[in-house]
Design a protein around this ligand. Structure first.
Ligand SMILES: Nc1ncnc2c1ncn2[C@@H]1O[C@H](COP(=O)(O)OP(=O)(O)OP(=O)(O)O)[C@@H](O)[C@H]1O
Length: 232
């Protein structure tokens, strides 16, 4: 397992939002985390990447406990993150947004590879990020996270800001990413579509994993479907 969580707790103030989460993710696989609003999905993403003020339990990357490391060190260790609200620098150009990412080996080569993966960004490389659509900004945030060649990508609702016509493309890109060996922790409201490209799925409820298993089993599980998967 490239990433494993054991009895992870944590929250923002006194109250725990995560109440003992156990999860494991294999290299090159996609694990979808679904659940109702407020279940703690974004909080879980923050716990993994190091942005939650208070975390307990164990978070292991390649067997090493990283729960005590600050976000920059987790990024350096191989964890990429695309938050729900795309974090790009609006006044910088697309190329500058990629060029300013720290800790990159072979910056030119990396930017070239990412332009191949995101042709829309390549076309607009000299434009400021503020001129991009929501979906393009998401692509830029994605590309920024990939600059450091992460081994694990944590994606918090990557399709939320997309026009419906772009959603399938985005899921396809995520599937491609996993085929390159990157492990993907995918937080999604569009649970059915996300599970369709995932190896495993977990349902978070009240800050705990209520159900976990192969994605196909979750899709076929009537209780999961009724309670958690919704129409998406
Ligand atoms: N920065 C914060 N400070 C305090 N409480 C927060 C903060 N962010 C989230 N919460 C609370 O933590 C709980 C879980 O929120 P979280 O965003 O993790 O849920 P979620 O499952 O991602 O939901 P959604 O799908 O709506 O994003 C909610 O009760 C929310 O109000």
């Amino acid at each position: 397992m490239i990433l494993s969580l054991e009895a992870v707790t944590g929250g923002y103030g006194e109250i725990d939002i995560l109440n003992g989460v156990d999860l494991a993710l294999e290299a090159g696989s996609i694990l979808t985390v679904a659940g109702t609003n407020g279940a703690g999905k974004s909080t879980l993403a923050k716990a993994v990447v190091g942005l939650l003020p208070r975390v307990g339990g164990q978070i292991r990357l390649d067997g090493h406990d990283i729960a005590g490391l600050p976000a920059e060190e987790r990024a350096r260790a191989g964890i990429g993150y695309v938050p729900q609200v795309a974090n790009v620098f609006p006044s910088l150009t697309i190329e500058e947004n990629l060029a300013v990412v720290e800790g990159v080996v072979d910056r030119r080569g990396r930017i070239g590879a990412l332009y191949e993966m995101f042709p829309a960004l390549a076309e607009r490389r000299r434009f400021r990020a503020q001129s991009l659509s929501g979906g393009e900004r998401q692509q830029l945030a994605f590309a920024r996270a990939l600059m450091t060649a992460p081994r694990v990508m944590v994606l918090d609702e990557p399709t939320a800001a997309l026009a419906p016509s772009r959603v399938a493309d985005s899921f396809e890109r995520i599937a491609t990413l996993a085929r390159t060996g990157i492990a993907v922790l995918l937080i999604e409201q569009r649970a059915r579509q996300a599970l369709a490209i995932s190896h495993r799925g977990a349902i978070l409820d009240g800050g705990k994993v209520a159900l976990i298993g192969p994605a196909a089993d979750l899709l076929a599980d009537e209780t999961a479907a009724r309670l958690f998967l919704g129409a998406g």
